[in-house]
Design a protein around this ligand. Structure first.
Ligand SMILES: Nc1ncnc2c1ncn2[C@@H]1O[C@H](COP(=O)(O)OP(=O)(O)OP(=O)(O)O)[C@@H](O)[C@H]1O
Ligand SMILES: [Mg+2]
Length: 227
């Protein structure tokens, strides 16, 4: 299993208020699968995703990535694992407005070390893969919403992660663009064997994934496999 959780819980305390956002989630995800997570607003989807991605520390329970108990790692080792193994895509793409497309794609590498010619070549290849070979030197404000989203996809892939975690990555796109982005995800999943975990509110998109997990009130209440 590339991802496994054991009795994963997150409780937020604000003054006297206790919010059980995630309540004992056990999931196992095989390498190369495309998993969607659906559920009402506030059911705990983002909290779950961000604990799996090593961004939010669980209150209880464990997350294993490739057999590694990630919340037992030092901060340094955890951020190294995150950087190497996980690509993130969130709802509102957070491209840097002053950097052009290729610079945005190289950003996760630039954080770590100096940018080599290899990285630039790879960034170009990824922009071509997402159909933006001709817009590499445009800044985000010169790109459409769907194009910006595709830059964010290329950026999520720059470190060649095994896992892509996406939180409503197509939420603010029109239907046609949403379909295009989904096609691209499915292609990356199929052709490169990347494991996807994607939160979506769109049941049509969920149907096209291998497995749908339904969350309600902090728990997984259903698991559906699609042929
Ligand atoms: N940092 C926080 N502090 C306190 N409560 C939080 C925090 N983050 C989330 N919550 C609460 O935890 C619960 C689950 O939130 P979460 O964001 O995981 O839901 P979600 O399923 O992603 O919802 P949506 O579909 O609206 O994005 C909600 O009741 C929310 O208010
Ligand atoms: Mg959310």
């Amino acid at each position: 299993m590339i991802i496994k959780t054991e009795h994963l819980c997150k409780t937020y305390k604000i003054g006297d208020q206790v919010i059980e956002a995630v309540k004992g989630v056990d999931i196992e995800i095989e390498r190369g699968k495309f998993v969607s997570i659906v559920g009402h607003s506030g059911s705990g989807k983002t909290t779950l995703l961000s604990m799996i991605g090593g961004l939010t520390r669980p209150t209880h329970g464990k997350v294993y990535i490739d057999g590694i108990n990630i919340w037992n790692l030092s901060d340094e080792k955890l951020s190294e694992l995150r950087n190497k193994k996980i690509g993130f895509m969130f709802q509102f793409s957070s491209l840097i407005p002053t950097l052009n497309a290729i610079e945005n794609v190289m950003l996760p590498v630039a954080f770590g070390k100096g940018v080599s010619g290899d990285v630039e070549r790879r960034a170009k290849e990824l922009l071509e893969l997402v159909g933006l070979g001709h817009r590499m030197h445009n800044v985000p404000s010169q790109l459409s919403g769907g194009e910006q989203r595709r830059v964010a996809i290329a950026r999520a892939l720059i470190n060649d992660p095994d896992i892509i975690l996406a939180d409503e990555p197509t939420g603010d796109l029109d239907r046609e663009t949403e379909d295009e982005v989904m096609e691209l995800f499915l292609k990356i999943n199929r052709d490169f064997g990347k494991t996807f975990v994607m939160v979506t509110h769109n049941p049509e998109l969920a149907k096209r994934t291998d497995i749908t997990l339904r969350m309600e009130n902090g728990s997984i209440i259903a698991r559906e496999e699609h042929g």
